[in-house]
Design a protein around this ligand. Structure first.
Ligand code: ADP
Ligand code: MG
Length: 344
């Protein structure tokens, strides 16, 4: 294949694209905005995300991914086609594309993804297991027979896995990620202050003053919302302690899910993991104090990967540049014809 080699992390919240030889070239929200009458695309990515909850009736804003899998195939294809064309321009040869899926998706979901990728302009496609990509992208060595524990906190889900010798040995997923944390902030503000805030405002609060561990110094910010009763706009003050209290339960669910995963892990692997610790990836891992809270709860070392939101894409990038890695881990590319009617 003479086309570009690309890795696409099609996340519930963000789509990140890696091009071999260039690195990460695109990182945009997984959102598309359409004109409701003509079906024409009005905006894509971060620009479309800004329209969410603000769109007039004539504009339809679609999030085509849900909980790590495709929920709207047509819109996913449109989005992918747009990005692939943007990156490849008018090249004659179609690109080879690696994509990731969480470990516990069905064969049907994997096929849907391969179909979508090849229908969107890829010449051939290959699926890599997301936890493996996350670990490799976090620059952790996986060649020795030691087990590695990774938790990827994304938008829709937190995916937990133990990888050993390049294979996912144990995996689990909970539907608690950044979105559920944002919703918890919205609920808290409504309950404690009788004020409604949008999901974008809640996300901003999480990123700026959110904390999984109480900071020594309390920070306060002014925030805009509307009165629950009457609907008048209001400005109000909210502190890091408020946001900590709002998200505490969700954050504890994540700790609990990791603990439950360790409970079903064979003893030999558990002792490896306690010596190497937990690797945190995904954008949600950037919440202040997440490592410290998890380390306290799980009584183990926790390492927040560098650029956690890019680990999966960087891991696919590593695979694209290492033929041996692809071969040793049983990953290979299939063309559209190969995918049609094949069993996984
Ligand atoms: P996905 O793979 O599901 O698309 P990502 O790994 O891109 O998700 O992570 C997206 C989540 O990370 C969102 O919920 C977003 O709000 C959250 N996030 C991104 N940056 C930060 C930050 N600085 N602090 C807290 N959360 C963050
Ligand atoms: Mg992700």
């Amino acid at each position: 294949m003479l086309g570009l080699k690309i890795g696409i992390d099609l996340g519930t919240k963000n789509t990140v694209i890696y091009v071999k030889g260039k690195g990460i070239v695109l990182s945009e929200a997984s959102v598309v905005a359409f004109d409701d009458d003509t079906e024409e695309i009005i905006a894509m990515g971060d620009e479309a995300y800004k329209m969410l909850e603000k769109n007039p009736d004539t504009v339809r804003v679609v999030l085509p991914m849900r909980d790590g899998v495709i929920s709207d195939i047509k819109v996913t294809e449109k989005m992918l086609r747009h990005y692939i064309e943007k990156i490849c321009g008018y090249r004659i040869f179609k690109p080879s594309v690696i994509v990731c899926t969480p470990s516990n998706v069905t064969v049907f979901e994997k096929r849907t993804l391969l179909d979508a990728i090849t229908a969107s302009g890829a010449g051939e496609a290959c699926i890599m297991e997301e936890p493996l990509a996350a670990i490799v992208g976090a620059k952790v060595k996986i060649t020795n027979p030691k087990g590695v524990l990774v938790a990827d906190i994304g938008g829709g889900t937190t995916d937990i896995a133990i990888v050993t010798m390049g294979n996912v040995a144990i995996s689990s997923s909970i539907k608690v990620g950044g979105n559920a944390i944002d919703e918890a902030i919205q609920r808290y503000v409504r309950r404690e202050r009788d004020i409604l805030i949008g999901s974008g405002t809640a996300e901003e609060l999480k990123k700026t003053i959110g904390c999984a561990y109480l900071p020594t110094e309390e920070i306060a910010v002014t925030c805009k919302g509307k009165k629950f009763i009457g609907g008048m706009p209001v400005s109000f003050e909210i502190t890091s302690t408020d946001v900590y209290l709002a998200i505490r339960e969700q954050v504890e669910y994540i700790a609990e899910a990791i603990r439950e995963t360790l409970e079903i892990t064979p003893p030999e692997l558990v002792s490896d993991i306690y010596s190497s610790g937990l690797i945190l990836t995904g954008g949600g891992a950037k919440i202040y104090g997440m490592e410290k809270m998890l380390s306290d709860k799980l009584k183990m070392k926790v390492t927040l990967a560098e650029e956690p939101e890019h680990c999966v894409a960087n891991g696919m990038g590593y695979a694209l540049t290492n033929k041996e890695f692809l071969k040793n881990n049983g990953y290979f590319f299939r063309s559209r014809e190969d995918i049609t009617g094949y069993e996984m």
